[in-house]
Design a protein around this ligand. Structure first.
Ligand SMILES: Nc1ncnc2c1ncn2[C@@H]1O[C@H](COP(=O)(O)OP(=O)(O)O)[C@@H](O)[C@H]1O
Ligand SMILES: [Mg+2]
Length: 381
């Protein structure tokens, strides 16, 4: 085509020299030029913009998610009390040893016994687990969460949780405000645990419009980011032990204003160190569950459980659980099947019976971000 155009150009020069106007040739040249531009445009469009996967599938998804996107613009305009715009959620961290709640202008040192005893008013009970009873409370006009140790049997777990919370302060982790013996003060999350948010909040009339694939994928991604920060913490590779079911796993996470998951309960997060041959067991009792990794199950089926014979394992138990949790988070909304399909391969690898063959959170994050860029390119987290 280029050669033909070149010929065109040369012959036109010749025409000018001879002052002869050949109309047919002009038309042919113009047509060739248009074809060349069209060809270049198509090459640019399909060659550089099209994602690697099937064109048909992407068209289907684009159609579906396009509708979601249009809906989204309306939502964020009509409901200003809920921050849904991505990018606003990233909490700015205070220097270690201090905190800042939403209405505070500056960071303040963590609170101790004196402030907690004199300045905190306990309001209503908002939750409870095996170790803690949690209350909504007020400190100097700021709403906070006040957790109290339920039973002294769990004092060690409770103290370990506080130490971990202090050490792991990160946007993916609940903000620590203060502590005193058997009480813990943290930032208050009005949406509660991830489990509660999915089951109750998203079903409320005023939040139903946020029950879409964007919100749910955002939750899944932030869940993965939190597990990643746990596996790469300043105090080594930590494992999320209190997670024998999807429900249990999600009660350890709270939901932020912009629908992201943050790790909240760090009471059972033991350390794994491959170099030092340090492996873990989640508790000393037999685990019976079809959700946990196979290496967490008692391997000698016909024999009585004996913890001293139970083999230890590593952080790859968390990786095994990721597809189950993400599957639940994605739910059954418009577009979630397509996201599931795009995560299928990497999720399949998470379920390799050999823990060493399972991907790391880093590999998973790469895959999740690939999916994010494909379907939510304007979504900056
Ligand atoms: N900061 C908080 N804001 C709002 N709800 C909270 C907060 N902390 C805990 N909760 C609620 O309390 C429940 C129990 O807290 P958790 O720390 O998991 O206790 P346990 O250690 O006993 O399992 C959570 O699942 C959640 O519903
Ligand atoms: Mg808990």
């Amino acid at each position: 085509m280029l050669i033909l155009l070149q010929t065109c150009y040369r012959s036109e020069l010749a025409d000018i020299v001879t002052m002869r106007r050949v109309r047919e040739r002009d038309v042919v040249c113009l047509l060739l030029l248009t074809l060349l531009i069209l060809y270049l445009l198509m090459w640019f469009w399909f060659g550089s913009l099209q994602p690697a996967s099937s064109v048909f599938l992407n068209y289907e998804v684009d159609k579906m998610l396009g509708q979601e996107r249009q809906g989204k613009v309306k939502e964020s305009r009509s409901n200003l009390d809920v921050v849904t715009v991505a990018g606003l959620g990233q909490r700015r961290l205070c220097p270690l040893g201090s905190f800042r709640l939403s209405k505070m202008e500056t960071c303040m040192p963590w609170l101790g016994c004196k402030e907690i005893t004199n300045e905190v008013t306990i309001k209503l009970n908002i939750g409870s687990g095996t170790v803690k009873k949690v209350y909504k409370a007020v400190w100097r006009n700021h709403t906070v969460a006040y957790s109290r140790l339920k039973n002294t049997t769990y004092f060690e777990d409770f103290s370990e949780g506080i130490e971990m919370l202090k050490t792991l302060q990160h946007p993916s982790v609940l903000q620590f405000v203060g502590s005193c013996n058997t009480t813990l003060l943290t930032e208050f999350y009005k949406f509660g645990s991830a489990n509660f948010f999915i089951k109750k909040v998203l079903k409320l009339y005023s939040y139903r419009k946020f029950d879409n694939v964007r919100t749910r994928f955002n939750m899944a991604l932030s869940y993965l980011e939190a597990i990643h920060s746990l596996h790469n913490s300043p105090v080594g590779t930590r494992v999320m032990c209190d997670s024998n079911s999807v429900h249990k796993s999600l009660t350890q996470f709270l939901v932020t204003q912009d629908f992201k998951l943050v790790l909240s309960d760090l009471d059972a997060t033991p350390e794994v160190n491959h170099e030092a041959n340090l492996f873990i067991k989640c508790g000393s009792r037999r685990i019976v569950s079809d959700f946990v990794a196979p290496e967490q199950l008692w391997p000698f089926e016909n024999e009585t459980f004996d913890d001293s014979r139970m083999p230890s394992y590593d952080e790859k138990t968390d990786i095994w659980k990721i597809p189950g949790v993400v599957d639940y988070l994605l739910g059954k909304v418009n577009g979630s099947e397509v996201i599931r399909l795009h995560l299928f391969k990497v999720h399949q690898q998470c379920h390799n019976r050999d823990p060493r063959q399972r991907p790391t959170t880093k590999v998973l994050l790469e895959e999740y971000n690939r999916v994010k860029n494909m379907f939510f390119p304007e979504h900056i987290t």
